[in-house]
Design a protein around this ligand. Sequence first.
Ligand code: PLP
Length: 429
Amino acid sequence: MSLSNDPEQDTVGGRVEGLYDETYENYKLYVNPTLARVMKVSGSPVEVRAQGCTIWDQNGKAYLDFAGGYGVFTLGHRHPKVVAAVKAQLDLMALSGKTMFNIMLGRASKRLAELAPGDLQISFFCNSGTEAVEGAIKLARAATKRRSIVATQDAFHGKTLGSLSASGREYFKDTYAPLLEDVAHLEYGSTTGLEEALRDAAAFIVEPVQGEGGVNVPAAGYLRQVREICDRTGALLIADEVQTGLGRCGTMFACDRDGVVPDIMTLAKGLSGGVIPVGAYIARTPVWNAGYAKHPVMHTSTFGGSEIACAAALAAMDALVEEDLVENARVRGAQLLAGAQELARKYSSVAREARGLGLLVGVELTNEGYGGWIIPEMMKHGVTAAWTLNMQRVIRLEPPLVVTESEIDKALAALEAGLSTAREKLGAL
Ligand code: PLP
C-alpha cells in the first residue's frame, strides 16, 4: 500500500483501507501483543503523516499532537528547516566513517556550548536520552573517582540498567534487580539530608522539572540550593534536561530558571528537531578532563554524533532561536496552564489540580483510572495527550513550541470533553 505525502489527498480520498488491520496484526504478532490489545481497546488509530502540531491517521482525521512524542516535537513535526538540513546532509554523507574529523559534530557541539548555561562546553553525542544519562553517570564516576549516585524519588532517567537505577519507580526496576549499587533516592524538591548523602557521592542527578514523575515543579531556588550543596561536598550536579531542555519550560534550559550551571547536562528529545534521534550530554571542561583527558575513547558510540543527526540538531537549535520559540513556550504555556487550572477547578470530582512550567503541563486526576476515559475522549475530539510513566494519575499536555493560541483553545475544549465524560461515568457508577 502506498501513501502520498500530501495530507489533503488522503482526506479527500477517504480511508486508507486495510492499514489499521495490517498494522494491528503486525503489532499483535511481531511488536508487542499485550500493548497491541491495550492500544486497540483504547481506540488508538494508526499514525500516517505529520506536519507542525498535527498528525493524520489512516482515515485522514487530524489530531493536534499534545502528547508531542513525550517532548520530542519542540519544533513540531517535520520542521522545514530541519528537513531541508537533513536532506542536504543526506546528499553529502549520512553516517560518520569514524576515522576522520566530522564537520557537523564539531558545529553542533559548538552551537550547543553557545546555548548552554555558563561554562558547559564539551559534548558527547549519542542517540537517546537514556544513553545520555548513562554517559553522564560514567563521566561523573570517572571524574570524581567516587561511586555513589544520589537521585530523587519518582525520577525518570531512562530504562537501560544504569539510568534505570537512578529512576524512581520500583515497578520498572524490580524485575531487573540487582541494578547499580550505591544509588540513593531522596525526596524531590527538598534538600533535607542531601548534604549528608552527597558527602561521598559522585553526583546528584535531578530533573529541573520532573516530567514522568507527574510534572512536578520544584520551588524556585531549589536548584540553587542543590548547586551550593554539590559545591560544598564535591559531588557533581547532573541536570537531566532530556525532557525539559531546549525551550520546553519557557527558558532555553529549565535550570536557567534558577540561573544554575550544572556540571553535566543531559539532553535528547528536543535536541533532535523531531526528525532524527539525537541525545547528548554536555560537561564543563575541567569535569570532562578529569574523567577522560587521558582516556579519550573510554566512552563511545558507533552511531552517536552522525552527520545527519548533528545536521538535524544544528538546524533545530538555530530554528528555536530564530523563531523565538522559547518565548512562545512561555506565553502559550501560561495560556495552557491557566485553562487547565480552570478546568481542574470546574471538574474537581475528577481533577485535583493542574500544574506545569511552560509547555509541560500535567493534570493530576483524583484517581489514576480516569485517564483511561479522558485520553480516548480527547482523541475523539482530535487531540492527543499522554500518561506520565511514573505517576499514572497525572496526564500531561506537551505540545510543540510552535503551537498557536487557537490550537491551545482547541486542546482545552478537548480536555473539557474528556473531564466531562469522566465525571458522567463516575456519576453513573
Ligand atoms: N531522562 C528524562 C528526564 C526523560 O524524561 C526521559 C524520557 O522520557 C529519559 C531520560 C530517557 O530518554 P529516552 O526515552 O530517549 O531513552
